[in-house]
Design a protein around this ligand. Structure first.
Ligand code: LLP
Length: 443
């Protein structure tokens, strides 16, 4: 359930007409719904209530400060994977004691920043990383709260590029080595070893692989405890899929997921951490875009829109399917036809929908690309020198620009010609090249 609905034929985010947002901010633009974020957080936390969850929003899915602050107000912590994400979570008001630091390539500086902030836990993914964390913590006169992320060698049956729990994936400490490495880690004085973590992939549409991975985690906990090792926390990662609208069998509900958790690890007496990303924010966001023109080909009709793969990469990168709907509800008598909805970027992969049945569309029409709240703006780029997409937050009948468009001028101001190219006539054209913006550094 989300709060993007047609009202009197106009698509609204809660009580706000999306046309009003597009008129005031321009397109393309991301729009998030507070009520939807709140609903998703509540549904998940209520489903998991029997295991008293610590829910750490994976902010890689959406690092917008307003989104994080909305969830933090409900009690969410954060799962971060870089110094930048750590700074963002703290800036959004997430208490350090509710932040988990994950990621396979943490630098010493990032470890220092996490320890200085006082994060809840650092999930370590290799032996060399354990040694580095031990050294950094000792230098700071601290003990690092540490969990070992293990790779359970379970296939999540999701897109290959977002599967993380098979032994050939780069993530986690190999299942078979976990016991030995955990025992070794407990002997490192800079580490306060608290538990184990697992994350097998994203957009899982079946709870089976979760159950399998959590059962393996359970076996590991028994093995470690039998050796007298202490396991206080279990971090079960994220990964629960959301409905994009093209699934044959739907996706598991938070209740299905919670049952898998309770059945497998609910009785271990551990504090259980979760790192949901997509599930909290995916359906809470849309990407607004306008039709630039319709191009009729001999075999296809192309609806060219002003959003591109730089604004929303998922279709190009994962062949992801996103529902695309017009902001004005189609008449019941409208004749639908198959079209390709494409962006303006110079790549064929810049295609949002191929041979998609759509109602009649014309230049200037506003469309909403649905379920774009997760890994949308977060993975955006300025490819083809396009501005970075602005973000708007809606709450009831109010809306606010919460992330300004990063304009081409903003970006050009950060580029500098080297001194040898400044104010010299170009050999080819005879024209003069000057710094594009700002002052060139001399040197
Ligand atoms: N925890 C860890 C350690 C992760 O690596 C991830 C996602 C999550 C939690 C959150 O997973 P979620 O609940 O959102 O599935 N860009 C891709 C998804 C990449 C996911 C990366 N890791 C996409 O657009 O589908």
């Amino acid at each position: 359930m989300d709060h993007f609905q047609y009202r009197q034929g106009r698509l609204c985010a809660e009580d706000v007409d999306l046309e009003d947002i597009a008129d005031s901010v321009g397109t393309p633009a991301y729009v998030y719904s507070t009520a939807t974020l709140e609903r998703h957080y509540r549904v998940l936390s209520e489903a998991l209530a029997p295991v008293a969850p610590t829910i750490c929003f994976a902010i890689k899915a959406n690092p917008n400060l307003a989104v994080i602050a909305t969830l933090a107000r409900l009690g969410a912590g954060a799962d971060v994977v870089s110094g930048g994400e750590l700074a963002t979570a703290l800036a959004a008001g997430v208490p350090a004691g509710r932040i988990v630091f994950s990621g396979v390539g943490k630098s010493a500086d990032e470890m220092r920043a996490a320890l200085a902030a006082g994060v809840l836990q650092i999930n370590v993914e290799s032996e060399p990383e354990l040694e580095l964390l031990d050294r950094v913590a000792r230098e700071m006169g601290l003990r690092a709260p540490t969990a070992l992320r293990v790779n359970p060698d379970v296939d999540a049956h999701t897109h290959d590029k977002i599967s993380t729990g098979r032994c050939e994936d780069k993530f986690g400490i190999e299942w078979t080595a976990a016991h030995r490495i955990y025992a070794r880690a407990t002997s490192l004085p800079g580490l306060d070893l608290a538990g184990v973590a697992v994350h097998i992939g994203s957009q899982l549409t079946d709870v089976g692989p979760f159950r399998e991975a959590f059962r393996r985690l359970r076996d590991l906990v028994f093995m470690l405890r039998a050796d007298g090792l202490v396991i206080r926390t279990l971090d079960l990662g994220g990964g629960l899929g959301v409905p994009y609208g093209n699934e044959d069998d739907g996706v598991p509900t938070p209740a299905d997921y919670a049952a898998a958790v309770a059945d497998t690890v609910g009785d271990l007496g551990c504090r259980i951490l979760f790192e949901p990303g997509r599930m909290l924010v995916g359906n809470a966001g849309v990407l607004l875009t306008r039709v630039v023109r319709i191009k009729e080909g001999s075999t296809r009709t192309f609806v060219i829109v002003d959003a591109g793969m730089n604004d929303l990469l998922r279709p190009a990168l994962y062949d992801a399917w996103h529902n695309i709907v017009p902001a004005r509800e189609p008449e019941s008598s409208a004749e639908w036809s198959d079209v390709d909805v494409v962006g303006p970027i110079c790549e064929t992969s810049d295609t949002f929908a191929s041979q998609r049945r759509m109602p009649p569309l014309a230049e200037g029409d506003l469309l909403a690309i649905r379920t774009a709240g997760a890994y949308g703006r977060a993975m955006g780029s300025a490819y083809n020198v396009r501005s970075l997409t602005p973000e708007i937050m809606v709450a009831g009948s109010r809306f606010a620009l919460v992330h300004e468009r990063v304009s081409v001028d903003d970006m050009l101001a950060r580029q500098h010609l080297p001194p040898w190219l400044v104010s010299r006539p170009s050999a080819l054209t005879g024209s003069t090249i000057v710094p594009a913006a700002g002052k060139a550094r001399s040197g």
